[in-house]
Design a protein around this ligand. Structure first.
Ligand SMILES: Cc1ncc(COP(=O)(O)O)c(C=O)c1O
Length: 368
């Protein structure tokens, strides 16, 4: 059993993926070839955002967004301490300070009720993360941002592309949305890739320039930028994967709900709010004595993973480079207890039952 089954997905989409890749090999426009804009247009209509700018990774998407918003040394950006490191890393790279606010204990997403207390005259943006595939409470966060001079809100939607919130698509829920096409993500390519979404024309123009070394036209540089383009070949892979993406999103939702039903309250799970859907980038449960439970599951042939074992305020790279607002007790406890189970659209029901049985046995046997 695989933690994420990319081989079955490739087998199902082989003709489309091979065909798309061959097409790029034939036309030879490996950088900014026609598939780049084709993918951006497809994703604009999928999300409803006016602009999609593909970039070389989810990390680069976040970095370019902050650069376009003018975030600089001395500024503060409010975010979650319970996320992949890239979220805070890009803030620190620009010389700004990540300000960590605690998360909700059940969804693991930033707790909007704690954000307001973190806002200072140095706050330049709020960066919620839609963790494990479920959007953060974006309307609440947007409302707070609006009250403080329309602070920009960047959704780190690296794990939630395809999910929705109150009927709207993740990535199109705030000023900017950023996603990742890392291979294991719900919509992944075969290397690194990512995308930025916004309906703000001026920001989109700045982001397109920053993506290519800040150039307005070839060799005319109006600002400092990065080399952040997404390869044509990777865009071609994502285009092919869009052929069954709607089915995959449905299937992931079904598997996620089914995990909950099969577990039947015998193991604590993370919560799904009724006004949103999740693409279950991870299906995450909460267990005590996690190392032991993971060992027992591995022995039963069930791979698991921990996202994330150390919250960012406790990472050596950030201890002296962050500001902590209030306590971060929920993030601390979650980091000790979270454990993700195998999840991919090609997981079958028999495997799922076997995973759940092994988990219940592992948790039950824990103290023996
Ligand atoms: C929440 C979050 N933010 C940012 C990223 C960075 O994306 P990438 O790996 O494409 O740079 C990831 C990827 O793991 C992520 O999960």
């Amino acid at each position: 059993m695989e933690f994420i089954d990319l081989k079955s997905q490739y087998a199902a989409l082989k003709a489309a993926i091979d065909g798309r890749i061959q097409c790029v090999l034939d036309h030879g426009q490996f950088i900014m070839g026609p598939e780049v804009r084709e993918l951006e247009e497809r994703l604009e209509s999928y999300t409803g955002a006016r602009h999609c700018i593909t970039v070389s990774s989810g990390t680069e998407a976040l970095l370019i967004s902050l650069m376009a918003l003018g975030v600089k040394a001395g500024d503060e950006v409010i975010t979650s301490p319970f996320t992949f490191v890239a979220t805070a890393e890009v803030i620190a790279l620009l010389g700004a300070t990540p300000v960590f606010v605690d998360v909700e204990p059940d969804t693991c997403n930033i707790d909007p009720s704690r954000i307001e207390a973190a806002i200072t005259s140095r706050t330049r943006a709020i960066m919620p993360v839609s963790l494990y595939g479920q959007p953060a409470d974006m309307d609440e966060i947007n409302a707070i941002a609006a009250r403080y001079g329309n602070l920009p809100v960047i959704e780190d939607a690296a794990q939630s592309f395809g999910a929705s919130y109150k009927g709207r698509k993740s990535c199109n829920l705030s000023t900017v949305g950023c996603t990742s096409f890392f291979p294991s993500k719900p919509l992944g390519c075969y290397g690194d890739g990512g995308a930025i979404f916004t309906s703000d024309d001026a920001l989109a123009r700045a982001m397109r320039e920053i993506r290519v070394h800040g150039q307005e036209r070839r060799y005319y540089h109006t600002r400092v930028g990065v080399g952040g383009r997404m390869d044509t070949l990777q865009c071609a892979v994502v285009l092919a994967k869009l052929d069954r993406f709607d089915w995959e999103v449905e299937r992931r939702a079904t598997l996620g709900l089914r995990y909950g039903e099969l577990l039947g309250g015998r193991v604590a799970t993370t919560a799904l709010r009724s006004d949103r859907t999740s693409v279950f980038a991870q299906y995450t449960v909460l267990v005590d004595e996690r190392d032991e439970v993971q060992k027992r599951l591995a022995a039963a042939g069930v791979p698991t993973a921990v996202h994330y074992p150390v919250p960012l305020h406790k990472q050596p790279a950030f201890v002296d480079r962050c500001r902590i607002q209030g306590g971060l007790a929920n993030a601390d406890v979650l980091a000790q207890r979270v454990m993700s189970l195998p999840m991919s659209a090609d997981l079958d029901e028999t495997q799922q039952v076997a995973i759940v049985e092994a988990l219940i046995a592992a948790v039950g046997n824990r103290s023996r």
